[in-house]
Design a protein around this ligand. Structure first.
Ligand code: FMN
Length: 331
């Protein structure tokens, strides 16, 4: 599969996604632990933090250290995703993300959630391309890393998509990711890849072409190449397909599907990192969210009762005991 390089103001700090695939940011799922486990499986071109909201102050460095780790990955670029309603604290926040070794900066203009939308952040800015452009420009001025924008096709219709694409490009975005749904579609309706094709064409036709990363509905490995070919986009970003099957990236470059042993080791590894023995049962809700989406290697086929038990079980020690038994179970 091809690769994609994006460039900011300093060509020496360009970022290459090789292959041209990215794990999508998903709030509540792709925390650092989960993201690292997915990136460790190989064949993923890049990843992003869950969105980090800028509200009444610049976001401090400790947040970026927590989200990116004290020692950033060297093998796969991981960017920091920021969300802001205006440009006020963007420069200082971007400086902090840069100082904490974010590989690049991504700006979220796609979040449909009401409490975000009502504060005029995330997808609300799709109706205000000028303000979006100011936010991108503020980030670009603050760093020589690449700055990208993640958008949807619009709020209620795609009538402003061209204005949004032009605003991002004119503000200096190094690439745009288009989630091919409207805000009103939330996550449910089918993605409209014709919007990705349109956006790719428009951005590629600029005097200084801007890469377009396609997103939405690339659920299984075969979809990756299909999206690249059908739309002319430069890279594919994958969300829920990777929650269900973290090996989807490996499969997309011709690698094997996950074995059952890999699937159990992944699930157990995530559980142990979230809830080491003796820890308070705080993050168990995250683990349950993971169980609800995980499907690799036919993990739950014919075992709905076990899945239900794990979703309901409040005691981490009982879940640990189940993993012990499962790892030792004959196959
Ligand atoms: C639970 C959930 C949380 C998400 N959180 C974020 C986020 O923090 N930042 C973001 O840009 N997109 C977020 N998204 C959107 C995804 O990045 C992606 O654009 C969307 O899921 C479409 O891709 P898919 O069809 O491959 O899942 C989220 C999606 C889901 C389902």
């Amino acid at each position: 599969m091809r690769s994609l390089t994006i460039r900011g103001r300093d060509p020496a700090r360009a970022v290459t996604f090789a292959p041209a695939t990215l794990l999508a940011p998903m709030d509540g799922y792709t925390d650092r632990v989960f993201r690292d486990l997915v990136l460790d499986q190989g064949s993923v071109g890049g990843g992003l933090t869950e969105f980090i909201r800028i509200s009444v102050d610049p976001v401090p460095k400790k947040v970026f250290r927590r989200e990116l780790g004290d020692v950033p990955r060297r093998d796969v670029p991981v960017g920091a995703q920021l969300m802001a309603a205006d440009a006020e604290f963007v420069a200082e926040t971007v400086g902090n993300a840069d100082a904490c070794c974010a590989a690049w900066i991504d700006l979220n203009f796609g979040c449909p959630v009401k409490r975000v939308f009502n504060k005029c952040a995330g997808s609300a800015l799709l109706a205000f391309p000028e303000r979006m452009g100011e936010i991108v420009a503020a980030a670009v001025r603050a760093t020589d890393l690449p700055v990208t924008a993640k958008i949807r096709a619009g709020v209620d219709d795609a009538s402003r998509l061209d204005d949004v694409l032009d605003a991002c490009a004119e503000a200096g975005a190094a690439a745009v990711t288009l989630h091919a749904r409207l805000r009103r579609n939330s996550y449910a309706d089918p993605a409209r890849w014709e919007w990705i094709a349109h956006a790719a064409q428009r951005l590629h036709a600029r005097p200084e072409p801007v890469p377009l990363i396609g997103n939405g509905g690339a659920d299984v490995a075969a979809d990756f190449q299909r999206m690249l070919e059908q739309t002319g986009c430069d890279a594919v970003m994958v969300g829920r397909g990777a929650l269900a099957n973290p090996w989807v990236f490996r499969e997309a470059v011709g690698g094997a599907a996950a074995s059952r042993d890999e699937a159990i080791a992944f699930a157990r590894g995530y559980f142990e990192m979230l809830l080491p023995p003796g820890s308070p049962p705080g993050p168990i809700a995250r683990f349950k969210a993971f169980i609800a989406t995980f499907r690799a290697a036919g993990f739950w086929d014919g075992r709905d009762d076990v899945r239900r038990m794990l979703l309901r079980e409040p005691d981490p020690e009982r879940i640990r005991a189940w993993f012990d038994a499962e790892a030792g179970a004959p196959r």
